[in-house]
Design a protein around this ligand. Structure first.
Ligand SMILES: [Zn+2]
Length: 373
């Protein structure tokens, strides 16, 4: 038994309520320790996402900075080698069309609209400077892999085929309201696909392959073969895609740690349930990071901003919504984020909560100047 001693608060620290993990968790990276011990792992790989459909907002950058700092904490506190693997979501829709006759929505992904070279440019432009600076500050190496590259690997396809093998159970964890989990494949001639896969038909499936039929707005019916060594591009729903990615990550010698914003907690509850559909499988270690909120308490959201419904706190600086509008250097941005997220990680009670943009602006000024705002 140890008695609970409140840590001395940092001068710029936020004021946070006691969290439910008080006395159980001293540092948020300790969430990783149970799986680490069970696996006797000596290396960890932290997985986080990279949005490429527009300039990131500060909430995305807070999550990514937290991933670097958590990796550094895993190395220093848990004594394991730690690296960071970012997944770039080039499957995000770039264009949308609606069939005038049936109302079916067709989309074309960033990958299909821009191709790999321009996608890579986007990743560099939005994240290159920040990630390189964070590597220099933390000593944590990182890699970025697009979804397109990742889904191309035979192991990814094997895990996708394995999910079809348990489909009757899985589809109700991945879509508990309807049991309907759309799968879609781009038209081989034009790259457009039915977003909700209304007309996708599974013709046959086995361990080594599956055959689907689908319909294109312009080119009619086509068939796609999915084999471990095949070329088909898999369009999966968010939860299904994450399940396959996490199952794939679990094959690696480095133990996977999934880092996501806290808004992901309900979805991860379903992913954990989906993991349990595989005999002997364990859900991966997960760490949730603080979400950045608008005035109403809703998470900062690109789509709400585009629709003009984001209800931002007064005085939210424009660069918090579009990181590319930051007028200082990438180095200064990274150093300030590093300080600010270190403050959040200084006590689990500051990490297991959300921050409005106005509170973040206050902490930002203090982190930049080292003085109270
Ligand atoms: Zn087509």
């Amino acid at each position: 038994m140890t008695s609970s001693v409140s840590p001395v608060p940092e001068p710029n620290a936020p004021v946070s309520p006691v969290s439910v993990t008080v006395d159980a968790v001293e540092h948020s990276v300790d969430f990783v320790r149970p799986r680490l011990r069970a696996r006797a792992a000596r290396r960890v790989a932290l997985y986080a996402g990279v949005q490429i459909n527009g300039a990131p907002h500060v909430g995305t950058n807070v999550m990514q900075t937290a991933a670097f700092l958590l990796a550094a904490a895993a190395r220093d506190r848990l004594g394991v080698a730690a690296e960071l693997r970012f997944g770039a979501l080039d499957n995000a829709p770039h264009d949308t069309r609606v069939c005038p006759r049936t109302g079916t929505r067709y989309t074309r992904s960033y990958h299909h609209a821009l191709g790999p070279a321009r996608t890579e440019e986007l990743v560099k432009r939005f994240y290159g400077g920040l990630f390189d600076a964070l590597t220099a500050l933390t000593g944590v190496p990182y890699t970025v892999e697009t979804y397109t590259r990742q889904q191309h690997s035979p192991a990814f396809r094997e895990e996708f085929l394995a999910s079809l093998g348990r489909w009757e159970e899985l589809r109700w964890t991945l879509a508990p309201s309807s049991g309907h989990v759309p799968i879609s494949f781009p038209c081989p001639q034009c790259g457009w696909l039915q977003k909700a896969g209304e007309h996708t038909e599974l013709l046959e499936a086995g361990e080594r392959g599956a055959r689907f039929a689908a319909v294109c707005l312009d080119h009619g019916r086509y068939e796609t073969d999915v084999r471990p060594d095949g070329e088909a591009w898999l369009g999966l729903t968010t939860l299904h895609r994450n399940l396959v990615k996490e199952r794939l990550a679990d094959r690696d010698e480095a133990m996977p740690v999934i880092v996501k914003g806290a808004d992901w907690a309900p979805g991860c509850r379903l992913l954990d349930e989906a993991f349990l559909c595989f005999p002997g499988a364990h859900p991966p270690a997960r760490v949730f990071t603080p979400v950045v909120l608008s005035a109403s308490g809703a998470k900062l959201s690109k789509s709400l901003m585009r629709e003009g419904r984001a209800e931002l706190s007064p005085g939210t600086p424009p660069w918090m919504l579009y990181a590319t509008r930051w007028e200082g250097t990438a180095q200064r941005y990274a150093v300030t984020l590093h300080r600010l997220v270190s403050l959040m990680l200084s006590d689990p009670r500051h990490f297991e909560r959300g921050y409005t943009t106005s509170e973040l602006a206050r902490m930002w000024t203090e982190s930049e100047t080292g003085r109270p705002a």
